[in-house]
Design a protein around this ligand. Structure first.
Ligand SMILES: Nc1ncnc2c1ncn2[C@@H]1O[C@H](COP(=O)(O)OP(=O)(O)OP(=O)(O)O)[C@@H](O)[C@H]1O
Ligand SMILES: [Mg+2]
Length: 464
């Protein structure tokens, strides 16, 4: 790759020019020389340069002037300026205007080599990003979905296949993986796009309110029902309804929903008229419904009615190849929103971002990039811009630090304790469900809760 790089050295001192040219050639670059600004512009008009190393103090057209013209006429050329100590202010000025770096005279050669190498690396990255962006635009931007891992390709395919029909879809994935985005993609690519897409979060309302929210109510149906109210199923007629966190729906509402799925009809709360509805239903969940069926908290018949077309969205840690694309796209978006100049991600920052575990998935990644952009400045996102937890993330180190030199038995106890605590949290402290998930008996789980003193946590969570 190096061999293709062409560098322009502009300095009025012949000895400096010769020295730089020799060094750069030895490093494997092509290097041309110009003794002043005008000569440099002439060469830039003939050859394609990736980088120019420009002395600030030169007779005729000085380095700053040349820099301005280059930026105007050849914005693709990265510029490094060289300056005597007295000219540092000017050099800083040049950096503010977009020069890559400045080097003060007298310089040492390793400094020059390193700067040239870095500047060219960043330029390569920028070119790559441009290509990737184009690719994203071409393929996926229609639905604002970014990512081209095999797992996401599968998701796009299902969206494409199912959009045309009115089949019920069940979207499964951890929190922040993009379930709502997928639901929108289905609706807006379907013949129903002209009608509303309505979203209802089944976890947000108590049972009674959720029922009237979904199906509406008649005047006087219950205390406070002073008027007749249309439900979401009526509003969504002809369109799509997204039932988010479907796992949280009460058993009696599950029965009513089942009827809508089977008969395409329902009654308002307190009403006698049967209302027909033409709605595509998309249900979403971050919990495992099959486990819930096993412990009796979710109806099996409803599950089969919902699970006509299942879509599994993999957690981000299982499709890390999507991370660079997502990072670039969020960096771009939030730079624009916040009026910042971030354009590139340093190799090290990208390494950290791709090795982190992302328990909050794409939402967490998006928040991290937004925060880093808002708090930071410059063109390149560096490790220092990232939150501390990501800067210092290292799975193996974490384990070693955690357990120090404890005996194996203690370590295993600690691990078991954490796993059980996590599982309890995940199943909202439902012990039967947790035991089923961990495939241990209920009494074994109760024993472990006692042994590890997890009762206290349990009580705390119940009080909340
Ligand atoms: N593939 C993707 N490309 C671009 N942005 C994404 C992608 N997936 C998720 N996001 C973004 O991440 C955030 C979370 O996505 P979304 O709300 O769809 O997740 P969710 O699975 O519904 O989460 P929850 O279970 O917490 O409701 C949103 O801001 C969304 O735009
Ligand atoms: Mg959601």
């Amino acid at each position: 790759m190096r061999k293709d790089k062409r560098i322009l050295v502009v300095d009025d001192e012949e000895s400096v020019r010769k020295l730089l040219q020799a060094v750069l050639k030895k490093e494997g670059y092509k290097a041309d020389m110009a003794e002043n600004g005008e000569a440099a512009l002439k060469l830039a008009g003939i050859n394609h340069y990736d980088l120019a190393v420009v002395d600030i103090r030169m007779p005729l057209m000085d380095g700053m002037e040349l820099f301005h013209v280059l930026r105007e006429k050849h914005p693709e050329i990265t510029v490094i300026v060289i300056t005597a100590f007295a000219g540092v202010d000017t050099a800083v000025e040049a950096m503010k205007l977009g020069a890559y770096n400045y080097i003060s005279k007298p310089f040492n050669l390793s400094e020059i080599k390193l700067n040239v190498k870095r500047a060219l690396e960043i330029k390569d990255l920028a070119d790559e990003v441009k290509l990737l962006r184009q690719e994203i635009k071409d393929k996926f931007a229609i639905n604002n979905m970014v990512g081209n891992s095999g797992k996401m390709q599968e998701v796009y395919k299902i969206i494409g296949r199912v959009a045309e029909s009115s089949a019920t879809v069940l979207i499964m994935g951890e929190s922040g993986t993009g379930k709502e985005l997928v639901a929108k993609a289905i609706h807006y690519n379907s013949p129903r796009r002209g009608a509303p897409m309505v979203k209802v979060n089944c976890a947000a309302l108590p049972e009674g309110l959720l029922e009237s929210e979904l199906f509406g109510h008649e005047k006087g149906a219950f205390t406070g029902a002073i008027d007749r109210k249309k439900g979401r199923f009526e509003y969504a007629d002809g369109g799509t309804i997204m039932l988010d966190e479907i796992s949280e729906m009460s058993p009696s509402l599950q029965v009513k929903l089942l009827r809508v799925l089977q008969e395409k009809e329902f009654e308002r709360v307190g009403g006698l008229d049967t209302i027909k509805t033409d709605v595509r239903i998309i249900a979403a969940t971050n919990r495992n419904l099959e486990d819930m069926i096993r412990v009796g908290t979710f109806r099996e018949d409803l599950y089969y009615r919902l699970n006509v077309v299942p879509i599994h969205i993999a957690p981000l840690r299982e499709r890390r190849e999507d991370i660079p694309l997502l990072v670039e796209s969020f960096l771009n978006k939030y730079s624009q929103v916040a009026g910042k100049g971030f354009k590139y991600v340093s190799v090290e920052a990208m390494r950290l971002l791709t090795s982190y575990n992302w328990p909050g998935n794409v939402r967490e990644l998006e928040n991290v990039i937004e925060r880093s952009v808002v708090m930071g400045s410059g063109e390149v996102l560096l490790p220092d811009h990232l939150p501390f937890g990501i800067q210092s993330f290292s799975p193996t180190e974490e384990l070693i630090l955690d357990f120090g030199d404890k005996p194996l038995k203690e370590i295993l106890h600690e691990v078991e304790k954490r796993v059980i605590k996590k599982a309890l949290q995940h199943n909202r402290w439902n012990r039967a469900q947790t035991a089923a998930k961990l495939q241990i008996s209920r009494s074994a789980l109760l024993y472990k809760i006692e042994e590890y003193g997890l009762e206290q946590d349990l009580d705390q969570s119940l009080k909340q």
